[in-house]
Design a protein around this ligand. Structure first.
Ligand code: HEC
Length: 136
């Protein structure tokens, strides 16, 4: 009995690997232009979910984690994609700039689970200050 359950679990675990997952990085056509110190912070802490230059980690290749990661990247790119930034109109850019600061100051972004996995994404007070002083 136990053996059958284990075999069934293994079959399911392998089977779900066959579900196709979108892990593409579309071409970068309108990437944000910003001072180097601002850009460095955003690339390190936001670009994995908010650009077309996602670094897909190894665990993003294994279902069901891959489904969660690709879902976050899809949603993240939809809300704010720095690779499309220069194609946004001025109103959208201004609105997003406000939201970016808000989300950082409320510690909603980068997502806490992401900081847990990527310690380097955690922003220091001085980095938040650099972003606050930036006007895109
Ligand atoms: C692990 C993926 C991930 C990372 C890293 C990440 N975000 Fe997000 N972000 C999302 C997702 C998913 C959404 C859409 C759903 C939501 O709002 O929670 C989002 C939404 C947003 C929004 C839209 C408004 C809002 O608050 O919902 C802003 C602005 C934003 N992120 C800014 C940032 C900034 C700035 C960084 C880097 C400091 C960052 N994010 C890092 C996944 C991420």
């Amino acid at each position: 009995m136990k053996r059958k359950v284990i075999i069934a679990l293994v079959v399911v675990a392998l089977g779900i690997q066959l579900v196709p997952v979108d892990r593409t990085n579309p071409p970068v056509l309108n990437d944000l232009h910003a001072p180097a110190e601002v850009k460095e912070i955003l690339v390190r802490s936001c670009y994995d979910c908010h650009s077309n230059t996602t670094r897909w980690p190894w665990y993003a290749k294994i279902a069901p984690v891959s489904w969660l990661v690709s879902h976050d990247v899809d949603d993240g790119r939809e809300e704010l994609n720095f690779s499309d930034w220069r194609a946004y109109d001025a109103r959208r850019q201004t609105h997003l700039a406000t939201e970016i600061l808000e989300s950082i100051e409320k510690r909603e972004m980068p997502m806490p689970i992401y900081i847990f996995l990527h310690g380097e994404a955690k922003l220091t007070g001085s980095e938040i200050g650099t972003l606050r002083a930036w006007r895109p």
